[in-house]
Design a protein around this ligand. Structure first.
Ligand code: SF4
Ligand code: SF4
Ligand code: FES
Length: 236
């Protein structure tokens, strides 16, 4: 089988993007996009589909096992982890692009620092030891699986790097805190959730079924929203 990879490339943040295509032959449809990128970069020299010399393709990876979130990119327009996207899921052409919601560094690499900066900004951590009740353990476990990959932010109509709304990548860790936080820290976490997520989320659920870790964001949101609303009502 042959597949054509159309890759949106640019040398650096300031340079003009251009599309470059590569051909790849395979027998095993279980091979992933990440594995193909590695294979292409092993070619010496790397030639594009027209036989022209091409620079190595810049992209990020670490675990190659869907555990770190580094290889997140747009694959045929949908946010995916390259190490989770199998060739058998696609036809004879696959388009790779960097995320659009974050500044591009080069080729498929973008700067997602804002995701971690947002967590620091909203104070998504415990200041004291936390205990977890048995009935909250499943919730805390579900939210602890977040890779901070940004796939949910890429599809979210309400998120951008400079908005007050911090998106699902902040709401998921906050859901974990809401499930575990000690009584005297609850006020701070409820406030952060309400201010930086609840009040800005349009409830469009565009982020539903997008998470590569399979996190049930809708369920977490429903639980946390219920807690946030309950808190507001109690205040009245
Ligand atoms: S919730 Fe899922 S999609 Fe969003 S950052 Fe976490 S792992 Fe990625
Ligand atoms: S429900 Fe809509 S606005 Fe809220 S986090 Fe998901 S995509 Fe964004
Ligand atoms: S390389 Fe770690 S998730 Fe793909």
């Amino acid at each position: 089988m042959k597949v054509r990879f159309d890759i949106l490339r640019r040398k650096n943040a300031a340079s003009k993007p251009y599309m470059q295509s590569f051909e790849y032959e395979y027998e095993n449809g279980g091979m992933t996009v990440a594995a193909v990128l590695n294979e292409l970069n092993r070619r010496e020299p790397l030639k594009d589909i027209n036989g022209e010399d091409a620079d190595l393709i810049r992209w990020e990876c670490s675990c190659m096992q869907k555990k770190c979130g580094a290889c997140a990119m747009l694959i045929n327009g949908r946010p995916r982890l390259a190490c989770d996207a199998k060739l058998s899921e696609y036809g004879d052409a696959i388009r790779l692009e960097p995320f659009r919601k974050f500044p591009v560094v080069a080729d498929l690499i973008c700067d997602r620092t804002v995701i971690f900066e947002n967590l620091k900004f909203i104070g998504a951590w415990f200041e004291k030891n936390a205990e977890i009740g048995e009935n909250r353990a499943a919730l805390a476990h579900e939210s602890s699986r977040c890779l901070q990959c940004g796939c949910c932010l890429e599809v979210c109509p309400n998120f951008s790097a400079d908005t007050k709304f911090k998106g699902m990548a902040a709401a998921v860790p906050l859901s974990r805190l809401l499930a575990q936080v000690s009584e005297d820290e609850k006020k701070r976490i409820f406030k952060a959730y309400s201010k930086y997520f609840y009040s800005g989320c349009g409830k469009s659920l565009a982020c539903r079924n997008i998470c590569p870790a399979g996190i049930d964001a809708e369920m977490l949101m429903v639980n946390s929203n219920a807690a946030a609303i309950w808190k507001r009502k109690r205040k009245k």
